[in-house]
Design a protein around this ligand. Structure first.
Ligand SMILES: *[C@@H]1O[C@H](CO)[C@@H](O)[C@H](O)[C@H]1NC(C)=O
Ligand SMILES: *[C@@H]1O[C@H](CO)[C@@H](O)[C@H](O)[C@H]1NC(C)=O
Ligand SMILES: *[C@@H]1O[C@H](CO)[C@@H](O)[C@H](O)[C@H]1NC(C)=O
Ligand SMILES: *[C@@H]1O[C@H](CO)[C@@H](O)[C@H](O)[C@H]1NC(C)=O
Length: 426
């Protein structure tokens, strides 16, 4: 922290005061200093943006660039259309920066380096604009939400379906692994999809360059990081939202100690307890990851020893939580919907001869399963997909394969765009 303060002093104050602080930082910034300092110099009133925080007045609270950070400091966010300097903040000559989702764009009307804050052009903003345009014409559905974008104009880490579930999505808005029951604010606090997005990123950037799947961090079913992460034999406890190791000195070595001895080990959360016990060397793995690792080891060995192995039917990839997937095959060849522990979800399933055998994805079955014991669940087809028309409280609506409402709802199903006479059988 002391270094940070010195840095800020150097940024903003004269060289003299910078040297003064560098020379005697610990003494100067001792407790009580700010009281006398304030008395001496006083603090300028910070912009009120940080304390108001309404639609037009927002800001970012920062340590102040004053001696010992005595004063409150607020960097105001400039509204859409407001003047800005196109160089980044922190160069010393900007007061504030463009608000979230805005970009400082220059044009010929402004002197060099100056511009105005304008809405970034992005897929997520386009989706919001589309929603807003339809909202003006009262063309948005009751269970349709305005897309949520982050400060850079990208899609937020997850999307929610009112009263159902929230699921992870990429910055481009494509659905990713990870789904939880929609509990409003509680969900927003605990769902960041950091692990899920990490896997997505890995799949797109690293995997195309290597001949076999890359094993990433272990995730939980909600798209967060699993609290236990292992790097070869050493296993650590991590923050489930960020994936950062909490205490690098606390770990166990699987050569000698079973994973059950790690502080953050939770027996109930361990999907494959039988893999975590036994004789040393111990393991912390899943059936899918174990298979995969054995195949990868074989390839690595073959490369070393100069022969070729080929897995003709490719690799069975594992989901980010280390499971084989959310569909399973029964002994008599049916494909069924399963949960993360491998248990069948209700009676969803199709025979090998069915047209849906290959495409079956169980999205609706998963959603109803994640929702648990609540009364108003979506209706699923036998193959575990969402029925294309869903009704709730006397209103029916068309939904997409992820269960999102499309178009307006109606009390009369025959008026819906997706209506067909056989809509009930599926
Ligand atoms: C935000 O607060 C400021 C100061 O109180 C006020 O002038 C402004 O109109 C408010 N904006 C909105 C959208 O309420
Ligand atoms: C923001 O503005 C800069 C320079 O004006 C431009 O290079 C960049 O592409 C813009 N970003 C977005 C997301 O619009
Ligand atoms: C851990 O995995 C290794 C390699 O697959 C195996 O030889 C060993 O028996 C496993 N240990 C336990 C306790 O299952
Ligand atoms: C599931 O069944 C329905 C109704 O037969 C069909 O429309 C849908 O395409 C199927 N879903 C998948 C993923 O195969």
């Amino acid at each position: 922290m002391a270094d940070f303060k010195i840095f800020l002093c150097c940024l903003s104050l004269s060289l003299f005061s910078c040297i003064l602080v560098l020379g005697s930082n610990d003494i100067l910034c001792e407790q009580g200093f700010c009281r006398s300092y304030r008395f001496d110099v006083g603090c300028a009133e910070p912009p009120s943006h940080c304390s108001i925080m309404n639609a037009t007045h927002r800001g970012l609270q920062l340590p102040s660039p004053t001696l010992c950070n005595c004063c409150d400091f607020c960097m105001p966010f400039i509204e859409e259309g407001g003047h800005c300097v196109s160089r980044s903040p922190g160069t010393g000559n900007t007061v504030g920066r463009c608000g979230d989702g805005l970009n400082c764009t220059t044009n010929d009307d402004y002197p060099s380096g100056w511009g105005s804050c304008s809405r970034m052009k992005s897929k997520c903003h386009d989706a919001q604009d589309d929603y807003d345009a339809r909202a003006l014409k009262e063309q948005t559905g009751a269970l349709e939400l305005r897309p949520h974008c982050d400060g850079k104009g990208k899609f937020a880490p997850y999307e929610c379906i009112p009263a159902h579930t929230c699921f992870c999505q990429s910055e481009d808005g494509e659905r990713l692994f990870g789904e939880v029951r929609n509990l409003g604010a509680l969900t927003e606090r605990n769902m960041r999809c950091g692990c899920s997005r990490f896997h997505d990123h890995m799949r797109k950037t690293i995997s195309p360059g290597v001949p076999y799947p890359v094993i990433g961090p272990r995730c939980t079913a909600d798209g967060n990081f699993h609290p236990i992460q292992c790097i070869s034999n050493k296993c650590y406890c991590v923050d489930i939202l960020t994936g950062i190791v909490e205490d690098k000195t606390k770990y166990i070595d699987l050569e000698r100690t079973p994973i059950t001895q790690l502080e953050c080990y939770d027996e109930d959360a361990d999907l494959y307890k039988e893999y975590s016990e036994g004789e040393p060397p111990y393991n912390f793995t899943t059936p899918c990851l174990k298979d995969l690792k054995a195949k990868i080891d074989l390839i690595l060995r073959s490369e070393e020893e100069g022969y070729n192995v080929d897995f003709f039917n490719g690799f069975q990839e594992c989901l980010p939580d280390g499971t084989f997937g959310r569909t399973g095959i029964t002994r008599d060849g049916r494909k069924i919907c399963i949960d993360e522990r491998g248990a069948q979800i209700e009676n969803y399933g199709v025979d090998r001869t069915s047209d849906d055998f290959e495409t079956m994805d169980c999205k609706c079955a998963q959603t109803t399963n994640v929702m648990g014991d609540v009364p108003e669940k979506p209706i699923c087809c036998k193959n575990g997909s969402f029925r294309k028309i869903q009704c709730r409280r006397g209103m029916c609506r068309c939904v997409d394969p992820d269960g999102r409402q499309i178009g307006l709802e109606s009390t009369d199903v025959t008026l819906l765009d997706c209506y067909t006479p056989d809509w009930k059988t599926c």
